[in-house]
Design a protein around this ligand. Structure first.
Ligand code: GAL
Length: 467
């Protein structure tokens, strides 16, 4: 029996003018169909790129491992016993996994920050465990010391065919400059590590050091130096370092530039400034295929990002700048390019506490940038809402494996910043979505970008860095 639905609009045309009306209806239907077909083929085309990778990847058993969605269920610990007096004094507050993560006395401490016994030590004969990344574990350099390269980035040096990892050397005591100030470590400098395989890292020393006595110097130890990134300038033959320079209270909000003839420094500090006259906090630099490099920084109280090309020598910004993701409050930008499309991962703005990552894409690096959604796959809902309890810092391209990248993130430990951990995970453009796409009615304009959680994982053996 058919039930008449009084709220349903009639689907047949009810038209008195007959011919003219049905003609325009037909024309419009045709236009609609063509539009849908176009959108569909566009989506197919974009997917096609990803589809190819998926195909190639899924044929390779080690790729299949990377694409597996691995669950991770961290249970909240039972509430701690409290004395009746304590319970009366302060009502019990409900805790979340993030509270547990931030609580240095939590019973889950070892889950988030596994102790030294489980450290990754590439110099030890680990047999079958060689080349495996264990996100969140301590990671030792070739001398057996924990790697100190936080908020870092990687430079691949063509000349020496070596990877260099630069980051904040934070091996000092954590303290609060003021009661309400963020936890901090005095500037020690920028640490540099070298590697041929992205797993074994040799300490190349501090390549840009703090200034001990001159209090007016940007690098005076009581200031802030964060997120250093190095790019190589083919025209000048110089290695150029860009970094976030600030005072203890984060009011200077500037960028700093340093330069060196060698990847391993020492770097000569040039100057700091507010790029384009605007505040600049979390930042990164990105060098495009045509040699033009760009600065991307959080500005206007971190409410938006700014992007603009650098001068030819990479030592300054030019006058060109675009505001992007205005009002989105994003920071910790990490950029990369795949098949002509620019991608960026950002975090929210919650200081050292973890939050949800978002992926963005653009046809032109200067924008407009569109937000695609949370790229994190696997783990648990809480893992995905906290970027696996970490914050983006860089995305490493892997030559020979189009579509496969390493997502580099920091698992900050605000109670002891030097013991912050590295979360490296496979990032894949074009892999299968782990849930329905969140945008534009099923016609994704961009390939799916996924960061897959793994307790342990390794790069596919065919990767050129692994012999
Ligand atoms: C974060 C930022 C870090 C550091 C931290 C200080 O938002 O990404 O690089 O500045 O704040 O609280």
């Amino acid at each position: 029996m058919r039930i008449k639905n009084k709220y349903r609009k009639p689907t047949t045309f009810n038209c008195n003018a007959g011919g003219r009306c049905s003609m325009s209806a037909v024309v419009w239907s045709l236009v609609g169909c063509l539009l849908m077909l176009h959108l569909y083929s566009l989506a197919r085309h974009k997917d096609g790129v990803g589809g190819e990778i998926q195909l190639r990847m899924s044929q390779h058993p080690q790729f299949r491992e990377l694409l597996e969605v691995e669950e991770e269920n961290i249970q909240m610990p039972p509430p701690r016993k409290r004395s009746p007096r304590a319970a009366k004094r302060k009502p019990k507050r409900s805790t979340t996994l993030i509270d547990e993560f931030l609580d240095e006395n939590s019973q889950l401490r070892n889950t988030f920050f596994p102790d030294q016994r489980t450290a990754i030590d590439p110099m030890k004969d680990t047999g079958n465990d060689s080349f495996y990344y264990y996100p969140g574990r301590m990671w030792l350099d070739t001398e057996g010391n924990p790697i100190q390269a936080h908020g870092g980035g990687i430079l691949y040096d063509q000349k020496s065919r070596t990877y260099y990892w630069y980051g904040e050397y934070k091996d000092g005591p954590t303290y609060h400059a003021h009661k309400k100030g963020a936890a901090r470590v005095d500037i020690i400098g920028v640490g540099c590590y070298s590697s041929k395989d992205l797993w074994t890292w040799k300490n190349e020393g501090i390549v840009l050091a703090a200034e001990e006595s001159n209090e007016t110097h940007d690098l005076h130890k009581l200031n802030v130096l964060e997120r250093p990134k190095v790019i190589y300038n083919e025209k000048t033959g110089k290695y150029v370092m860009w970094m976030h320079i600030d005072d203890t209270n984060y009011t200077k909000a500037s960028i700093g530039v340093a330069v060196s003839d060698y990847a391993t420094g020492p770097f000569n500090y040039l100057h700091s400034k507010r790029p384009h006259g605007f505040e600049s906090r979390d930042m990164t630099v990105f060098k495009d295929d045509d040699g033009v490099a760009y600065l991307i920084y959080s500005s206007d109280d971190n409410s938006e990002l700014h992007i603009g090309p650098l001068t030819e020598d990479y030592l300054d910004v030019t006058q060109f700048m675009r505001r992007i993701l205005v009002g989105h409050h994003r920071e910790a930008p990490a950029l990369f390019k795949y098949q002509g499309t620019y991608y960026m991962i950002t975090s929210g703005c919650t200081g050292w506490a973890p939050n949800e990552a978002l992926a963005h894409a653009a046809e032109s690096i200067m924008g407009p940038w569109e937000t695609m959604g949370n790229p994190c796959a696997g783990g648990s809902k809480m893992f995905r809402l906290t970027t696996f309890f970490a914050q983006s810092t860089f995305v490493i391209p892997l030559p020979g494996f189009p579509g496969l990248y390493i997502f580099m993130a920091d698992r900050w430990n605000p109670a002891d910043l030097r013991d912050s951990r590295y979360v490296w995970l496979p990032l894949i453009v074009g892999g299968p979505a782990d849930r329905p796409l969140e945008y534009n009615f099923g016609f994704p304009l961009w390939s799916r970008l996924s960061i897959y959680w793994h307790r342990k994982w390794r790069l596919p053996q065919g990767w050129s860095g692994l012999k």
